[in-house]
Design a protein around this ligand. Structure first.
Ligand SMILES: [Zn+2]
Length: 434
């Protein structure tokens, strides 16, 4: 399984279930609320869902127990959003700039990097670009439309200006001629107009497009999410006559700081899954060739973290009175691979349709099991398959004659005889063993 598989599978699921316009809009609203409530530190993931069981409320969770600062910031954010005097993205950006500054800087830095990486390619594409009329090329409110230039020159100018605006940016820096908050809003808005140009959209949709270009397009969208998303929140507020539903943080009872010992080396994990003798240095050498990561970077003890999506689902499902079939969850970052599997297996086991927008397809080694053994077992089985897939991919890989995995290529995610073994491992993990 590659890193993109989670994303592709999730998109497939959304298609299959016919996620309608209303749920997509709801997902986007929730995504931007989560975005405005994250600091941007790697562990600080926010998940948001509407709790429609009684009075409509906005339920919030993080990957960890919330701090006083988290709670204060959420109050500031929702108060600012409810204030009818605030109706421009900058009014909200000013309120979140200090708390979420790290995330905002990260998004600007990444789009700047990706533009740098794709610039030569973009210039070549523009040289050969068969441009349409100005009206079909640009968003109706794009200021580029006022330039006295032809379409290709206008595109080039827009890219140059954007590149300049995102260079060495720091939202909480001293600022120069322009206020950094204003510059951020302008960059986010410019990112939105750029990603809406026919040039960017048509190139990004080409299956033969260069990955560097697609990365640039994706990162434009991530930066644009601030300006576009906050406008969407204002529209939502106005539709509700200014009454944003009350919010509450999820109290999650499973938080348990006990650490768990894991294998001494990534090779031990692979050998354990594949039932290979660790003395088999042939595979050891091969492994280090494929993954030249120093052994000292391997963590042998982890503290399980219960991810924000799982916290929301387990808490909101404690009372099963669901009134809506599809239940979108907004996230400040795409779901990890374990959460993606967990949500899908949870839906199958409990007849629900929880959904996040997408997955980045990567697992985390400290991902905490939920305690719902049927669902956890499926996630563990899926992770075993992932390890097997990686080993299969390794160049020169030869399956041992005694390899139990050889019989596992049916439709079942794991061989029947591994079920008991997985249960034993789960019990040990629930008990806090290694
Ligand atoms: Zn996760």
């Amino acid at each position: 399984m590659t890193d993109s598989d989670g994303r592709d599978l999730q998109a497939h699921l959304i298609e299959q279930d016919g996620l309608g316009w209303r749920h997509r809009e709801e997902m986007k609203l929730l995504d931007v609320i989560a975005l405005c409530l994250t600091t941007g530190q790697s562990h600080d993931i926010v998940a948001v869902a509407f709790d429609k069981r009684h009075i409509l409320t906005i339920a919030l969770s993080k990957n960890h127990a919330t701090s006083v600062a988290d709670r204060e910031q959420a109050s500031l954010f929702f108060n600012a959003l409810s204030d009818p005097n605030n109706n421009r993205p900058i009014d909200i950006i000013a309120v979140i700039a200090t708390y979420s500054g790290m995330n905002m800087n990260k998004r600007v830095r990444k789009v700047a990097e990706s533009l740098n990486n794709a610039r030569t390619h973009i210039t070549a594409l523009l040289d050969q670009y068969n441009a349409g009329s100005r009206d079909t090329e640009f968003h109706p409110r794009d200021p580029v439309l006022s330039f006295e230039l032809d379409v290709r020159e206008s595109l080039q100018r827009a890219l140059d200006k954007f590149s300049f605006s995102v260079k060495d940016f720091d939202i909480n820096g001293p600022g120069g001629r322009l206020d950094p908050i204003m510059m951020f809003v302008a960059a986010s808005q410019a990112a939105y107009y750029l990603m809406k140009t026919r040039f960017i959209q048509s190139e990004a949709e080409k299956p033969t497009g260069l990955p560097s270009f697609q990365t640039f397009q994706r990162r434009l969208a991530k930066l644009a999410q601030y300006s576009r998303g906050i406008r969407r929140l204002f529209t939502y507020r106005d539709r509700l006559s200014g009454q944003i539903p009350p919010f509450r943080w999820i109290d999650f009872p499973l938080d348990d700081p006990r650490s768990v010992k894991i294998s001494q080396s990534p090779l031990d994990v692979a050998f354990r899954v594949m039932e290979i003798n660790p003395a088999s240095t042939e595979y050891g050498d091969l492994f280090w060739q494929c993954y030249p990561v120093p052994i000292e970077h391997w963590i042998t003890t982890v503290t399980p973290t219960f991810h924000a999506e799982m916290r929301l689902i387990l808490s909101l499902d404690s009372n099963q009175e669901s009134i809506d079939s599809v239940r979108p969850i907004g996230c400040s970052k795409r779901s990890c691979l374990c959460c993606w599997h967990w949500i899908n297996f949870y839906n199958v086991a409990h007849g629900t349709q929880w959904m996040t927008a997408s997955s980045h397809g990567k697992p985390y080694m400290n991902w905490g099991l939920s305690g719902d053994i049927l669902v956890d077992r499926e996630v563990v089985a899926a992770m075993r398959l992932r390890v097997c897939d990686v080993l299969e991919w390794m160049k020169g890989w030869k399956r041992l004659p005694s390899d139990g995995h050889a019989s596992s290529s049916g439709s079942s995610p794991y061989p029947e005889d591994q079920e008991g073994e997985i249960d034993i491992e789960l019990e040990a993990l629930y008990a806090g063993g290694d």
